[in-house]
Ligand binder design. Structure first.
Ligand SMILES: [Zn+2]
Length: 596
C-alpha cells in the first residue's frame, strides 16, 4: 500500500477490521491509519503497525465492517429538525382516540413551554377528522391566550386555535384565498380551525421565525442523529435568501468548528420572483461561506411538484382525470435556460426537483440547450436531478450525456399506502406498478446515482435506505411502526406474492433492485461525486478525509432481512470519533432532545 504520511506515527489506527474501501484496489483491507483529518494508510495489520507509536490511539475492530461514511444528497436539516426540537410533535402518536391523544400531548407541551409566545406543532393526521377538520375550540381548551398552530403530517393543512385566527385577522367574512380553503362550520359559517393549502399563508407571516441560537441548537442536535446513522455529509436542499438566520447559523457553527456534518446549501430560486437578481444575490452570499463545512454554491429549482397533489408534470395525462391534465410545469424553458446559464457561468451547480417524467424531459431539454452553448471542456457542473419518481426510457441516456446525477430516495421505492391510495389511480396500473422509482436503469445507462432521505419527509435510517434499495420494500419494523395498528394493511415479505390492495410489499419490477455493492457505492462515492467531493470522500484511500463508519456486523455476510437490524457503532468525521455506541442505545432511536 502507498504510504503518504511524512510524520512517522499516526494519531489513530483502526486494526483487525473488514475494511471495504469502495476503491478498485485494494477493495478490502484490515487496517486504516489516520493522522489529523486524513487517512495515511490503508492495508493490512502488519503495515499499520509501522504507524503505531506510543501516542497512537489503537482501536481493535474485532473483525467489524468498516465503510466510508454515508452522504445524504438532499434533505431539509433546519426545517425538518426544528419541529422535533422546538415544536409540539404529533408525528409518532398512534391511538384509538387520536383527538384525545393529540390534545393530551398538546397540554403537556403547553405546560412545559410557558414562555413561548406562539405554540407551533406538526404531525397530525388530517384523515382522522371529518370534512371541516379538527376544531379550534379543542385547542382553545388547551391554550386560549397564546396562538397555537399545528401543521398536518402531509404539510397541506394547518390546525389553529381562536387566538391564531384572531391575530391573522381571519373571520367568517374572510373569503377563501385562491388555491386555499378556510374550513367553516356549516351552521354558523365561522372558521372551524382548519386552513388548507394557500389559506395557511394568511397565518404564516405572523408565526415567529426561529432565532439563530435556536437554529444552531437544532443543527447540533440533528448532527448527533445523522452521525448515529453514519452520515457526515448532507445537502440542505432549500436555503432561502430571505432567511439569513438560517445560513448565518450554519456559517457560525462552521466557523466555530462545531459541525460534525459538512453541509452544502442549495439556494432556492423561484420563477415568480426576479430570479436573475436572486441568483446574483445568492452568488454574492456564497462568496462569504467558503468554509470546508458549509458551502453554498448550489441552486435549487422545482421543475414540478408531486403526484399526490396532481402537480407532478407527466408526459402522459393523469389517468383518473378526464381533462388530459399533465400536471404543473413550474418553469418555462426559456426562463429556466436563462437561470441555468447564469448559475453555470458563475461556476454554480443546479439541483432540480423532478418527480414526473415530463419534468425530467424538459429539464434535460434545457440542459442540452445549455450544453450546446458551452465549451465542451467546461461542461463540468454536474447537474443533479432529485426524486425521479417517473423517468421515460429515452431519458436515462440523456441524463448520462449531461453528466447528471440521479438523486433518489430508496426509502420511497416501495409499495405503501400512497401507492394504493393514489398512485394506482392517478398514474394507472402500468405506470404505477412498473414505471416508478427506477434505480438500476440509471446505473445501466451510466448515470451517477446518489441517495437522499428528504428528511423530514423520511427520518434518517441508513440501514433502512440500503434495505429498501436492495429489496424495494420497507423493512418489517417500518411497517410495524407506521401501519401496525391500522386495519386493512398487510406486510408482504415475499416478492413473489401477488400484491393485493392494501399490501405493503415490494415495488416491481424486481430488476430495479440494487445489489449491496451498488447501494453502498451510491450512498458513498455517488454522493461524493454529485457534490464535487470525490477527491476527499466517498472511499477509503490514503490522502482522503477520514470520514469512516464501523458497523456491528458485515452486511455482506448476513441475510437481506437482517440488514435493517444492523447498526453503526462508530462514526469518524475528519479523523475524530463523533459517535460511539456504548451498547446502551436503542436501535433507530433519535438522540435525546437538548435541554431548553
Ligand atoms: Zn426536498
Amino acid at each position: 500500500m502507498t504510504i503518504t504520511s511524512s510524520t512517522k506515527f499516526a494519531d489513530l489506527v483502526l486494526q483487525n477490521g473488514r475494511v471495504f474501501t469502495q476503491e478498485a484496489e485494494p477493495s478490502q483491507a484490515q487496517a486504516v491509519a489516520v493522522t489529523g483529518k486524513r487517512i495515511v494508510y490503508v492495508g493490512d495489520n502488519k503495515g499499520a503497525a509501522g504507524f503505531t507509536g506510543p501516542h497512537t490511539q489503537v482501536i481493535d475492530l474485532d473483525g467489524k465492517m468498516v465503510l466510508p461514511s454515508f452522504i445524504d444528497a438532499h434533505m431539509h436539516p433546519v426545517h425538518g429538525a426544528y419541529r422535533y426540537v422546538y415544536c409540539l410533535s404529533l408525528f409518532g402518536i398512534n391511538a384509538d382516540d387520536l383527538k384525545q391523544a393529540y390534545l393530551d400531548e398538546a397540554r403537556r407541551f403547553v405546560a412545559q413551554n410557558p414562555d413561548k409566545p406562539w405554540i407551533q406543532g406538526a404531525g397530525f393526521r388530517r384523515g382522522a377528522f371529518d370534512e371541516i377538520g379538527p376544531r379550534k375550540e379543542w385547542l382553545d381548551a388547551v391554550e386560549a391566550k397564546r396562538p397555537v398552530s399545528i401543521l398536518s403530517k402531509d404539510g397541506h393543512s394547518l390546525w389553529v386555535n381562536s387566538r391564531a385566527l384572531e391575530i391573522a385577522g381571519i373571520t367568517a367574512d374572510t373569503p377563501d384565498p385562491p388555491n386555499g380553503v378556510i374550513k367553516r362550520d356549516p351552521v354558523t359559517g365561522h372558521p372551524s380551525g382548519l386552513l388548507q393549502e394557500a389559506a395557511m399563508a394568511i397565518v404564516k407571516p405572523h408565526i415567529p421565525k426561529p432565532a439563530r441560537e435556536e437554529i444552531k441548537t437544532t443543527l447540533l442536535w440533528l448532527q448527533q442523529w445523522l452521525n448515529r446513522e453514519g452520515i457526515t455529509t448532507a445537502l440542505d436542499a432549500i436555503l432561502e435568501i430571505d432567511a439569513p438566520e438560517v445560513y448565518r447559523a450554519y456559517q457560525e457553527l462552521a466557523e466555530e468548528g462545531r459541525l460534525t456534518v459538512r453541509y452544502r446549501g442549495a439556494w432556492r430560486i423561484i420563477p415568480e420572483r426576479d430570479f436573475k437578481a436572486d441568483i446574483d444575490r445568492a452568488l454574492a452570499l456564497s462568496q462569504q461561506f467558503d468554509t470546508p463545512h458549509f458551502k453554498t454554491d448550489v441552486f435549487k429549482f422545482f421543475a414540478d411538484e408531486v403526484v399526490e397533489e396532481e402537480t407532478a408534470y407527466l408526459l402522459a395525462p393523469y389517468t383518473h382525470r378526464s381533462d388530459d391534465w399533465l400536471g404543473l410545469k413550474d418553469w418555462d424553458n426559456d426562463a429556466l435556460l436563462a437561470a441555468f446559464t447564469r448559475v453555470h457561468a458563475a461556476g454554480g451547480q443546479v439541483h432540480v426537483h423532478t418527480i414526473g417524467d415530463g419534468a425530467v424531459r424538459y429539464v434535460l431539454d434545457v440542459l442540452e440547450a445549455l450544453k450546446q452553448k458551452t465549451d465542451p471542456a467546461r461542461w463540468d457542473r454536474r447537474p443533479t436531478l432529485a426524486h425521479l419518481q417517473l423517468v421515460h426510457p429515452d431519458d436515462f441516456r440523456r441524463m448520462a450525456a449531461m453528466d447528471a446525477t440521479a438523486v433518489i430516495a430508496p426509502y420511497w421505492c416501495i409499495v405503501e399506502d400512497y401507492f394504493w391510495g393514489m398512485y394506482v389511480d392517478y398514474l394507472g396500473r402500468e405506470r404505477a406498478f412498473y414505471g416508478q422509482y427506477p434505480q438500476k436503469r440509471f446505473l445501466e445507462n451510466g448515470v451517477n446515482l446518489a441517495f437522499h432521505s428528504d428528511f423530514s419527509v423520511v427520518e434518517p435510517d441508513s440501514m433502512r435506505a440500503l434495505y429498501s434499495a436492495m429489496t424495494r420494500r420497507a423493512p418489517r419494523r417500518t411497517f410495524e411502526s407506521n401501519y401496525g395498528r391500522m386495519p386493512g394493511f398487510r406486510y408482504v415479505a415475499d416478492s413473489r406474492t401477488d400484491l393485493q390492495y392494501g399490501d405493503i410489499g415490494a415495488l416491481p419490477p424486481e430488476e430495479e433492485c440494487l445489489d449491496l455493492e451498488e447501494a453502498l457505492l451510491a450512498y458513498t462515492m455517488g454522493g461524493a461525486y454529485a457534490n464535487f467531493l470525490e477527491n476527499d470522500l466517498g472511499s477509503i484511500a490514503a490522502g482522503k478525509l477520514a470520514d469512516l463508519i464501523v458497523l456491528d456486523r458485515n452486511l455482506y455476510e448476513i441475510p437481506f432481512d437482517d440488514i435493517p437490524q444492523a447498526r453503526v457503532v462508530m462514526t469518524l468525521f475528519e479523523g475524530r470519533i463523533v459517535f460511539e455506541d456504548d451498547g446502551t442505545l436503542p436501535k433507530g432511536g433519535r438522540p435525546p432532545l437538548p435541554e431548553r
